[in-house]
Ligand binder design. Structure first.
Ligand code: EPU
Length: 416
């Protein structure tokens, strides 16, 4: 198993380019299963999760070819609407085949994802929504079997604007008979791009980017091409690192997706200069403590909560970081404490007392964003930090250590 080794407390400077967004490309890849034909996806990040998704699409019967950052998915041969436990358990986003395969075949067998490192993460909204569209669901051997002769449009109101449930049901409804209305839908940029892709393939979706998404069913879709949007979480991760470690420019970003994080960085005292599709962050002399509460888009993303905790660990004062999206997403805290951070968690809030410095230590990552948080803290800590279980970071960050190295970090990968 690989680990990342950091010799910390070295200033960062220079520029870095963000990759295509993981959470946009994964549902887009599954949407390519709906029509019969060849879809091309450009700017696909080279990640463990995109490779897992390619394997899943191949098991389902698609032909997938990958050329640098472009994927061609030929869905003509798709014949096995099934997502096996082995893959779903390693990547929950595998559940995104549910909607597309229902749209195409009217039947699908998908393993239930089970729990995750930071809590239960149920999929009940996906399932209830599919039932509302007329699917008959059965649970057998840990698999959900869904069937319908013809899905029928309906009104679905989510209890919470779930990203995955919005995506899955939008995909399921594109070929349903009649109109589907998704109330309290997710507005995340990744869902916006998914719906735009579906429309490019011939779907009739309106209200995209609002909390009410309306889908008028069509008979079938046709293949289409798309370039994946920039990863706003990767951008935010580098900006937070810059806020601690030096003036850096993050290029090829979608500025409007970064409002929440840029606002908070300014509050922390950072100088932010915005270019055409770039942001330059300069750290302040003294980092101010800033509270955050995560929320659905356009709020502060839960996927940057762990990185923000790392930043606040070195702020001049105390801050409170509350996660309203995932109440238990705090597995990074005990590891940050090993580096000398002073943090207490109560319910879904981390109370952070800024310390003057962190000191390197061996730490273990537990999920993608926790790893990013530990890397940021390790870069700021004096001495050596080793982050083990690096496969988590490889799931969601393309060539992260190379990108940090270009910025002047002393970071390398070692095989244990
Ligand atoms: N929820 C339910 N029932 C459901 C679905 C969701 O109770 O059926 C709850 C969840 O437990 C959670 C909240 O609703 O408390 C939001 O979950 P959501 O469904 O929005 O999350 P997701 O679709 O499973 C995606 C991202 C996550 C990101 C969240 C929130 C992908 C592949 N994953 O997950 O990304 O944290 O939205 O923005 O898009 C990551 O990239 O590290 C990551 C975890």
């Amino acid at each position: 198993m690989d680990k990342i080794v950091i010799e910390g407390n070295k200033p960062l400077s220079g520029s870095v380019e963000v990759s295509g967004a993981k959470n946009a490309v994964l549902p887009i890849m599954t949407a390519a299963l709906i029509p019969v034909g060849k879809s091309k996806i450009y700017r696909v990040p080279e990640l463990k999760d995109t490779r897992t998704m390619i394997r899943l699409l191949e098991i389902i019967g698609a032909k997938v070819s990958l050329n640098e950052n472009t994927i061609e998915i030929d869905s003509t041969t798709v014949n096995n609407p099934e997502a096996p436990y082995d893959l779903v358990k390693t990547m929950r986003a595998s559940f995104y085949v549910l909607g597309p395969l229902m749209a195409r075949f009217g039947r699908v067998k998908v393993s239930l994802p089970g729990g995750c490192a930071w809590g239960p993460r149920p999929v009940d909204f996906h399932l209830k929504g599919l039932e509302k569209l007329g699917a008959k669901l059965t649970l057998k051997d840990g698999y959900i079997l869904a069937e319908a002769d013809q899905l029928k449009g309906n009104e679905i109101r989510f209890e919470f604007p779930s990203v995955g449930a919005t995506g899955n049901l939008a995909m399921a409804a594109v070929t349903a008979k009649g109109t589907t209305i998704l109330h309290n839908a997710a507005r995340e940029p990744e869902i916006v791009q998914l719906c735009e892709f579906l429309n490019k393939m011939g779907a009739r979706i309106s209200g995209i980017g609002t909390t009410t998404i309306i889908i008028d069913g069509v008979n079938d879709l046709h293949a289409a091409d798309i370039e994946v949007i920039s990863d706003r979480i990767e951008a935010g991760t580098f900006l937070i690192a810059g806020a601690l470690l030096g003036k850096i420019t993050v290029n090829r970003v979608e500025l409007k997706h970064l409002d929440a994080v840029l606002g908070k960085l300014k509050e922390a005292g950072c100088k932010i200069i915005v270019g055409n599709a770039s942001v330059t962050v300069t750290p302040p002399d003294k980092l101010k403590p800033v509270d955050i509460t995560t929320a659905v888009y356009p709020g502060f993303p839960t996927d940057l909560q762990a990185q923000w905790v790392a930043l606040m660990s070195l702020a001049a004062g105390s801050s409170m970081i509350t996660d309203t999206v995932y109440h238990d997403r705090f597995s990074h805290i005990p590891e940050l404490s090993r580096l000398g951070a002073n943090i207490r968690v109560d319910k879904n809030t981390a109370f952070v007392r800024g310390v003057d410095s962190l000191a390197g230590a061996p730490v273990m990552s537990t999920d993608i964003r926790a790893s990013a948080s530990l890397i940021i803290a390790g870069l700021a800590a004096s001495g050596k930090t080793q982050v083990s279980r690096v496969y988590h970071i490889d799931r969601g960050y393309e060539h992260i250590e190379e990108k940090f190295r270009v910025l002047g970090a002393q970071i390398s990968r070692e095989t244990e």
